[in-house]
Design a protein around this ligand. Structure first.
Ligand code: NAD
Length: 425
């Protein structure tokens, strides 16, 4: 087996990938993972970077940077979203791809992990520019993507629209019809019912499972949700439907607090008319973005950005339970403080796994050419998330560690089995 090493330790985490390695190291030590398997997982399998020339509406050519990292294909084709944002970079894509390997293993899916992105500001681009960019990126990645090789999905800054463009470009290059090359497609184009709300639904199922362990009833619980995009808005709605009072919501434009509970239906109606943002909503008093994280609620759901729960923020958190809708919202340093404070953290690689679970269902339906009802999708999703939660919880108890490390151990157990079964080469 390879002895190539990445030498980061638990003490160094200047980068997001180092933050992944910090958790991996802790879990590997507690679990007793072999150095060979750890070394494989510390190094992504493949990293591809492309430059993408796009003719802009003003007649000028702009060249964008595009990334795709395949962290692992041990358990199956790599799976992971594509992000459009100005801060997309090698390190971030690498970290997110590793999280996908662990997330898919925790969710018990036959997938490895991958992630991609383009450094761009989608909010400043026209629909035509975004379509040309997406199709040029897909053409550049046409040999990387594939329904049995590497399967993208939406992430921050992308949605079903971009996935439809991706399939169209991929089909043209490969001269066929390959709906399973990506997931998160619009329903009319091979998408699955229930996919849009799936990540938020998984956060809701994980929250209810954790509350049960804490002997708390949803109707007596308050929550704050950071982010009101795909994950945040569905999470707020679904938690609210379960009887949880949502006292704070926020996005990049504004954050609101209402002790009596925010009317989530009204907020959802508001964003339909405001270009998707909360600025101007009148259902609460406006507070600072960071105040949401430390507000007096029982449950905190970060569902926007990474690295928002820093050491300083962790000291101020009043919630008893954090359910990570976003990827990587908590720094490795903050983990220790949350643990000392006895705050339960349902980690990202478990809590937001509902999206990839229903992505898997979408891919299965595409491969079958036979489509399920939303009820069927949701029933299968809920059972899968509940089972993953129990597995992680039990590992946390068995190894006397946090749910985060319990989740990593759950993933390592499955990936290690796959590596060993394949034999040395
Ligand atoms: P999105 O683009 O739909 O929404 C992002 C939200 O975050 C928006 O409401 C935006 O205003 C808000 N936001 C941005 N900057 C902010 C700031 N400084 N303060 C407060 N809010 C801010 O993205 P999404 O798909 O909802 O993804 C959110 C997170 O969830 C990301 O970390 C993503 O990787 C993760 N995630 C998404 C999915 C999915 O299926 N969409 C699945 C798993 C994990």
């Amino acid at each position: 087996m390879t002895t190539k090493t990445n030498t980061a330790t638990a003490e160094q985490h200047e980068s997001m990938f180092d933050a992944v390695l910090a958790r991996l190291d802790v879990a590997a030590k507690i679990y007793g993972l072999s150095d060979d398997v750890a070394n494989i997982l510390r190094n992504p399998q493949k990293q591809v970077k492309v430059s993408i020339p796009v003719m802009m509406d003003n007649g000028k050519l702009e060249v964008f940077e595009g990334f795709r990292t395949i962290h692992s294909t041990i358990l199956g084709p790599s799976k992971g979203g594509i992000r459009y944002a100005m801060d997309v970079n090698d390190d971030e894509v690498k970290a997110l791809s590793a999280w996908m390997s662990f997330k898919c293993a925790v969710a018990n899916l036959p997938y490895g992990g991958g992630k991609g992105g383009i450094k761009c500001d989608p909010r400043k681009m026209s629909v035509g520019e975004l379509e040309r960019l997406t199709k040029a990126y897909t053409t550049a990645m046409a040999d990387v993507f594939g329904p049995t090789k590497d399967i993208p999905a939406p992430d921050m800054g992308t949605s079903g629209r971009e996935m439809a463009w991706l399939v169209d470009a991929y089909n043209k290059v490969h001269r066929g019809n390959f709906p399973g090359v990506t997931t998160g497609k619009p329903v009319g184009l091979g998408g699955s019912l229930g996919r849009d709300a799936a990540t938020g639904r998984g956060v809701m199922v994980s929250t209810l499972a954790a509350l049960k362990k804490m002997n708390l009833e949803a109707k007596n619980v308050t929550a704050a949700v950071q982010g009101f995009g795909n994950v945040g808005s569905h999470t707020a709605r679904l938690l609210n439907e379960q009887g949880i009072k949502i006292c704070a919501i926020g996005d990049h434009t504004a954050t609101f607090w209402n002790e009596k509970g925010i009317d989530i239906k009204a907020a959802l109606e508001f964003v339909k008319t405001s270009g998707g943002v909360l600025k101007g909503f009148t259902g609460g008093v406006e507070i600072k973005s960071n105040e949401l994280l430390t507000s007096k609620v029982d449950v905190l759901v970060p569902a926007a950005l990474q690295n928002v729960i820093t050491e300083e923020v962790a000291h101020g958190i009043q919630a008893k339970l954090i359910v990570e809708g976003a990827n990587g919202p908590t720094t490795a340093e903050a983990d220790h403080i949350l643990q000392e404070k006895g705050i339960i953290v349902v980690p990202d690689i478990l809590a937001n796994g509902g999206g990839v679970t229903v992505s898997y269902f979408e891919w299965v339906q595409n491969n079958y050419g036979y489509y399920w009802s939303e009820e069927e999708v949701n029933t299968k999703h809920d059972a899968s998330m509940e089972s993953a939660f129990e597995h992680v919880w039990n590992n946390g108890q068995k190894y006397k560690t946090t749910m985060r490390i319990g989740a990593y151990i759950t993933a390592l157990q499955k990936i290690e089995l796959g590596i060993k079964a394949k034999g040395n080469y």
